[in-house]
Design a protein around this ligand. Structure first.
Ligand code: 3NM
Ligand code: MG
Length: 521
């Protein structure tokens, strides 16, 4: 087999420890995995004596050869030479690349594990054939893994090697629940980076009750985009003008009115009642369900999920992750509101975990919350960028480019609220200047915007940018209209009037009365 022809889609790394292999025969497991479609095998055994290593490697090679799949040996160049297999995989603590190349010759496949920019650079310059990039997610399979790089770190490396003629797989905690998402999410912004060639797994196959079926399943997942990718904002949708988007607002609001979509809120203790009433006013069916086990069933009902981090607890976080997974698998929209994201270490960690564990269709927060979702965003914040200062063009530009980068990286829609609200899917940044000071004097108005947006994306999932713009305009204009009413004397009387006006504007829109939209700024 020529090394250019190697398919890295599903790369199996073996493990001989009882915790993973159990009492199964390694050759039987590898054979089953190959029947299931594994495209590359690495024999990794950190404990056996050299004689046993060579004997097992020989048996494995006979099997992989029958399936026309390369066999690589982890670390042990001597074993690879002894059995004459296709190559080796070396880690950062193993023999160096150029010595390995000297020993094995130009035709051998040599892969290198990398976890940062420098290691990647060295491996590419040294002529590695492929990179094993990791550790993506924490995994019990390998002891003392060095750094957990997440999908963000993976994307960074793929961007760095955009023009290198090298193959790539990622490794660490990859399984059927995340393989498809990691392949899609790691794709670098705007198609600028390298696409991952595949995933490398140990336990997802070696510890599976049925390795053949597990392999078959994983290969299918690696090769097909995840359910939510179908409805990501397209380049054409991004290219529209503010006027184009404004023209779609009535259609979005009417879609909510007609469909009464489910708005599934996992939200904080303070806003449950208010958020449910807001959902009803904009035309959605609210359910305030914080128990993750329910999410799978609820995700099937054609709605959207709001993850609001307002009251975060360890149990709550587990519930969020279950729900996130269920909605991602169903291809239904998820709105994430990282309430107080930068405020405490717990919230910073929870935000990172949520962002790393699934796909967020719409990320919504105030300036400090959104900036805490951006690597280096805290600095922008500390430099004193002030979104509440209208007319400061330099600040607007800085914030605009920060959130554009965030949306590009995450391939989603980002909404940053403030006196001016910013919306972007990575290309243009749209702003909304509607709203009223009372919104800032009543608790939960930010959270309820998340609920409103969830109703819009649930009813209009194929155009999330238009849906988000519609939600923001409906919400902030309803606040203006309510605040101007004669019966509204302050924040207290504002709340019921606001709920009324959300309802009134929706009903007016359904009837074709669009006067309120003339207020859009
Ligand atoms: N190398 P699982 S992580 C062998 O980060 C290995 O370099 C890693 O096992 C690295 O698929 C890892 O069971 C173990 O999570 C991956
Ligand atoms: Mg190693």
């Amino acid at each position: 087999m020529r090394k250019e022809d190697v398919d890295h889609s599903l790369y199996l790394v073996t493990d001989s420890t009882p915790a993973i292999l159990g009492d199964k025969d390694i050759c039987a497991v590898v054979e089953a995995a190959l029947r299931g479609g594994v495209t590359c095998v690495q024999y990794r055994d950190k404990t056996s004596d050299t004689g046993a290593l060579v004997a097992t490697a020989r048996r494995l090679h006979a099997i992989t050869q029958r399936h026309d799949v390369p066999l690589l040996i982890n670390d042990r160049i001597d074993v690879a030479l002894a059995i004459g297999c296709e190559g080796v995989h070396i880690g950062q603590d193993d023999l160096d690349l150029s010595s390995a190349r000297k020993l094995l010759g130009p035709d051998a496949i040599i892969g290198v594990t990398v976890s940062n920019a420098e290691e990647t650079d060295v491996a590419c310059k040294g002529g590695a054939d492929y990179l094993g990039i990791g550790t993506v997610f924490a995994t019990p399979t390998k002891e003392n893994t060095k750094s957990i790089i997440g999908v963000d770190g993976l994307q960074q490396i793929l961007l760095q090697i955009a023009d290198e003629p090298i193959k790539t797989v990622c490794i660490g905690g990859i399984n059927a629940s995340n393989a498809s998402r990691v392949m899609w999410q790691s794709e670098a912004p705007g198609g600028k980076g390298k696409a991952l060639d595949g995933v490398a797994v140990v336990s997802a196959i070696m510890a599976a009750p049925d390795p053949e079926e597990a392999s078959w399943d994983l290969l299918r997942l690696v090769r097909s985009p995840p359910a939510f990718a179908r409805a990501a904002v397209t380049a054409e949708q991004q290219a529209r003008s503010p006027e184009d988007l404004l023209a779609l607002v009535p259609e979005v609001v009417r879609a909510v009115d007609a469909k009464k979509p489910l708005s599934h809120n996992m939200t904080n203790l303070v806003v449950q009642n208010f958020a449910a009433n807001v959902a009803l006013s904009v035309g959605a069916s609210p359910i305030m369900a914080n128990y993750g086990e329910e999410a799978r069933d609820l995700a099937m009902l054609g709605g959207a999920l709001v993850l609001n981090m307002g009251t975060v607890t360890p149990k709550g976080l587990e519930n969020y992750l279950k729900a996130l997974r269920a909605y991602n698998e169903a291809g239904r929209p998820v709105v994430f509101d990282p309430v107080g994201a930068g405020a405490t270490a717990v919230r910073r960690a929870a935000t990172k975990t949520i962002l790393g564990s699934g796909y967020i269709d719409v990320l919504k927060g105030n300036q400090s919350e959104i900036l805490s979702c951006i690597p280096g965003g805290a600095e922008v914040q500390q430099r004193g960028v002030d979104s509440s200062a209208p007319g400061n063009d330099a600040d607007r530009q800085k914030l605009g480019s920060a959130i554009r980068e965030l949306a590009v990286r995450r391939r989603n829609v980002v909404v940053m609220t403030g006196k001016t609200d910013y919306i972007t899917a990575g290309r243009a940044v749209f702003t909304v200047d509607n709203g009223h000071a009372y919104l800032g004097m009543v608790t939960g108005t930010g959270c309820c915007l998340g609920t409103t947006v969830s109703a819009m994306v649930a009813a209009y999932p194929d155009d999330k940018l238009a849906a988000v713009v519609a939600g923001l305009l409906l919400y902030s204009i309803a606040a203006e209209v309510a605040a101007e009413r004669e019966d509204v004397k302050g924040p207290g009387t504002f709340v019921p009037a606001f709920i009324d006006e959300l309802f009134n504007l929706r009903k007016a829109t359904a009837k074709g009365d669009l006067g309120w939209l003339e207020r859009a700024r």
